[in-house]
Write a protein that binds this ligand. Structure first.
Ligand code: ABU
Length: 558
């Protein structure tokens, strides 16, 4: 009888646990209570083939699975130890991520090559747990080697800054760890989400409507496309793509790439996206939209949606919404406004004219995690619809979540409006920040961002070597840093090629020094240029001066 042969199903357990005999056969292991039963496994009866290669007898020590009288979570039954752990972690977070992470005299990032970083982080997950001291070291290392996006020298993305009230909201959200789908388990957040969405809708100009917080602007945009299609062809929910004619949607060449991704994801295909011309500032040209619609119809496609953008990703352009809404109205098309970046401008009495006409949209995507610094993620999809379109389009009536005979108003179970099941709570961080700042405080932040972007532009004009791509309309400031060796050489044949290499070199230098982070990109036929995003509410003129001085310092030998 072969009692060796390993432990194919991981049943061997530490010495001291009860020992049993088990038979491994046909890929399965079964514990047998008697030797008669074991023998039966080898053919039973007269002739037993103990050498059979497919059957083995194992001597196993079984962990008897029964409920433990103590909880298994770490520090079980020791609230003092739990508190000590969390106090220690929170102390590290406050010191390293919040204080140092937002202190201009600290580095914005601590660059390491990936192989070295893997070692420094000790990423391996082992069978034995580690001591609290080690765990705290890991927490410190995670923060130390992460990019500090709340730092005043982080100009890299369309989000930056660390609002303490929003952070408090995120901490409470994480601590409560609930899902937004039913009133039963998220009573506070169901009511709060509706309050926040209704406030955002009011800023768009709607006194009623619907909406939902989504996991990011891309998903908000995809929802809009799906809703527009469903509204026109409700059958497609059940019968799928075969019920549809070839469809066409329209957006400008400056739109966010999620429109193309969404077309692919929703089965429309990227060919269904008709790209409308943008003017020299990156704004959709309504006359070309009209032309594209006629062309699509002439080719046998059915236009159904226009996605305009308020705040394009690179240039920060605002499409002319009134003119686009007129085109949509003439052709009966759903108007979606991707205001993921620019939506927060609606809070500013001074600048909200950039979005004039947004009230005529059918849907709006707006990410308060960007310009309002609410924290990732906070992305609202807002709808003018009051006919329960979201729920009709996405609902599936799971009987174990959305029981219709609950003891409260089941309309509060908003989870069936979305394609997800579990959904993060994204409203509290915005709500708490809004409570603390008031709409006026948020408005001041928007106005300050515009003012600092203007300060940056005017300071650039005073210095040699800074060339604006264009006068900004928003808080994206796009420019070339022309290093000393290229100044006055605009007419040389390789100027464009050489200029393109400047931003990547400077980017590498700034990141490796940890002094600041600015994004760059090529754009159409334009050579690589920097895009500074002025979004962090903590920024001052001193940070802008630093940015300019630092670019001059980093690029003086180029
Ligand atoms: N959703 C576009 C964001 C990309 C950026 O931060 O530049």
């Amino acid at each position: 009888m072969d009692e060796g042969g390993g432990d194919p199903l991981g049943l061997l357990c530490p010495v001291g646990w009860p020992e049993k005999l088990a038979v491994y056969r046909g890929g399965q292991t079964r514990v047998e209570e008697s030797s008669r039963a074991i023998a039966g496994c080898f053919g039973g009866g007269q002739k037993r083939d103990w050498q059979c290669p497919h059957v083995r007898v194992l001597r196993v020590r079984l962990k008897i699975l029964m409920a433990d009288s103590e909880a298994l979570s770490s520090h079980a039954g020791d609230p003092v130890a739990v508190e000590a752990l969390l106090q220690a972690v929170f102390g590290i977070v406050v010191d390293e991520a919040i204080q140092k992470g937002t202190n201009a005299s600290e580095k914005v990032c601590e660059w390491k090559e990936p192989e070295e970083l893997k070692q420094l982080l000790d990423l391996e997950l082992r069978s034995q747990g580690e001591s609290q001291e080690k765990i705290l070291e890991h927490c410190r290392a995670v923060i130390h080697y992460s990019v500090k996006t709340g730092h005043p020298r982080f100009f890299n993305q369309l989000f930056s800054g660390l609002d303490p009230h929003a952070l408090a909201g995120r901490i409470i959200t994480e601590s409560l760890n609930t899902s937004q789908y039913t009133y039963e388990i998220a009573p506070v957040f169901v009511l709060m989400e509706e309050e926040v969405l209704s406030k955002l809708r009011a800023l768009v100009g709607w006194s009623s409507g619907d909406g939902i917080f989504c996991p990011g602007g891309s998903i908000s945009n995809m929802y809009a496309v799906n809703l527009a299609r469903y509204q026109r062809y409700p059958d497609c929910k059940q019968r799928g793509l075969r019920t549809l004619p070839p469809l066409a949607l329209f957006t400008s060449k400056e739109c966010h790439y999620s429109i193309q991704k969404g077309a692919a994801f929703l089965g429309l295909g990227t060919d269904s996206v008709r790209v409308v011309k943008a003017d020299e500032r990156g704004r959709m040209v309504p006359e070309d939209l009209e032309r594209q619609i006629s062309m699509a119809e002439a080719e046998g496609a059915v236009p159904f949606l226009v996605s305009a953008t308020s705040g394009t990703t690179v240039l920060g352009a605002f499409d002319p919404l009134e003119a686009i809404a007129d085109v949509c109205q003439r052709h009966g098309l759903w108007l979606h406004v991707d205001a993921a970046w620019g939506g927060s401008v609606l809070l500013s009495q001074t600048h909200r004219h950039l979005l004039d006409g947004i009230q005529r949209a059918d849907s709006v995507a707006w990410n308060p995690h960007k310009l309002l610094a609410a924290g990732l993620q906070c992305s609202a999809l807002l709808l003018q619809d009051t006919s329960n379109l979201l729920k009709r389009c996405h609902g599936s009536q799971a009987s174990y979540l959305f029981q219709q005979d609950k003891f409260y108003d089941v309309e509060l179970d908003t989870g069936d409006k979305v394609v997800q099941c579990g959904r993060r709570v994204d409203c509290l961080k915005l709500w708490l920040m809004w409570k603390a700042q008031g709409s006026q405080g948020l408005e001041r932040r928007i106005d300050q961002a515009f003012a600092l972007a203007r300060y940056l532009v005017e300071e650039m004009k005073k210095r040699e070597g800074f060339e604006l791509v264009m006068e900004p309309e928003f808080v994206n400031v796009c420019f070339w840093f022309v290093p000393p060796s290229l100044r006055g050489k605009q007419d040389s044949p390789d100027y464009h090629k050489r200029l393109s290499k400047v931003a990547p070199v400077l980017k590498e230098r700034m990141v490796k020094e940890g002094s600041m982070m600015i994004g760059y990109q090529p754009h159409g036929t334009r050579a690589n240029f920097f895009r500074v995003v002025v979004a962090n509410p903590a920024l001052t003129c001193a940070d802008i001066d630093f940015l300019l001085n630092e670019l001059e310092r980093l690029g003086q030998d180029l």
